[in-house]
Design a protein around this ligand. Sequence first.
Ligand code: ZN
Ligand code: CU
Length: 487
Amino acid sequence: MTADITFRNARIIDGSGGPSFMGDVSVEGGRVTRVGEGAGAKCEVDARGMALSPGFVDTHSHDDGAFIRYPGMGFKLAQGVTTEISGNCGFSAAPFDPAGEQMPGDIAGGGATWTDMAGYFAACMERKPAINNAMLVGHNRIRFLVMGSENRRATAAELATMRAHVALAMEQGAVGFSTGLIYQPGRYSDTAEVAALASECRPYGGLYATHMRNEGDGLLGAVQESIDIAREAGVGLHISHHKSAGKRNWGRVKASLALVDSANAAGADITLDVYPYTAGSGPMWQYVNLDHIDAEWAAIVMIASCPDFREFEGRMVPAIAEERGWTLEEAVRQIVTSPRGKEVVCSHFIIDEADIETNLRHPLMMIGSDGIPDLRGSPHPRLFGTFPRVLGEYVRKRGVLSLEEAVRRMTSLSCERFGLAGRGYIREGQWADLVLFDPETVIDRATYEEPKQEPEGIRMVVVNGEVAYEDGRHTDAGSGRMLRLER
Ligand code: ZN
Ligand code: CU
């Protein structure tokens, strides 16, 4: 037998969390065919001194539109990411009405030609994506489609229509339902509406993934609401980008995780993800009340994308205000009320470094970048650096978790959780999504000032058996797929 690729003498980190071991891995026809002693191959890779693991899974991405605009997905591929879960925070590229009104500040990317998840998947596949994508169907998207931006409860008829949208997306392979309950229009919903919609995932084994209603003063109440929704709906709960936002709340992730642990001990089914940075990022207008602009908040905000003031990108609001002779409040008002103000994305330094470590120590904590892929601006560095940062900073430098455990949380745990069968382990018969990296040097290079820098130490990335990235070179193999929920 001749394999397509054989990695020789690699330190194999198989995704299970168990100790790594030395050996060869062969790949043929898109699958792992041998682990241990490799077969002769057309492409022999000397992997001595390198770690070989399953490709990383980004459980929290906003790359729905990026799969259309940037099918090479270089910013994720270069990190070793081979699969993403998109459609997070209630924003998903489908369902969509091409003839309808655009949702303001839709971070999933508007201007679509498709109407449903199947149409979106087909449009992505036409562009030969570099990596795999699985989708959540988003509450904000569905609510906007059915009710616009209205601040009221859904009628029975509207609720039925929204439920049908969730059910159709699940039928077409979505892995679950997401909310972003701090954002308009999702924030106008009550707990019962969300539970009713999430319950449509139940027949498929889909998850409820949530950007909770409150991540600051009201964190614990929001965790409890999420638990209640999942229990009511009869589905698993995944808490997105777990954090305790705002200085006065720092440290409270411990209480939040304790609540999760005690609910799990009592029979709940809850997991989480985190990104390894102290700044959050999102659509700026969604965080601003124009009747009462919070100057304390403005002081910790950096502008990431700003179509009307490109010169503000990558700069802190206080520096911008000083330069223009504005107060902090005026600066915020100028930015979010500019003609394309709803497209402005900001980063804000709301998270405690110690809380990141607390999060990463939790055994049910996956890694999700939450990157927002607007490459015209100065995006939060998590878009380019998340996975190498966990491996270099939190594993190698700080020893917060072991390499094997970090890889498990980036691979098998995520695949099992989101229903991505046949992925997440290095085992015979698994899909050959693989990353070869140097555990001694792997590190992020993206910073807030220079965010579009690819990491170091990622040697080779294989997606569905084809080499997608090698020593800094993107091969344009285009071997990614749209993954449908399969348990
Ligand atoms: Zn979010
Ligand atoms: Cu998000």
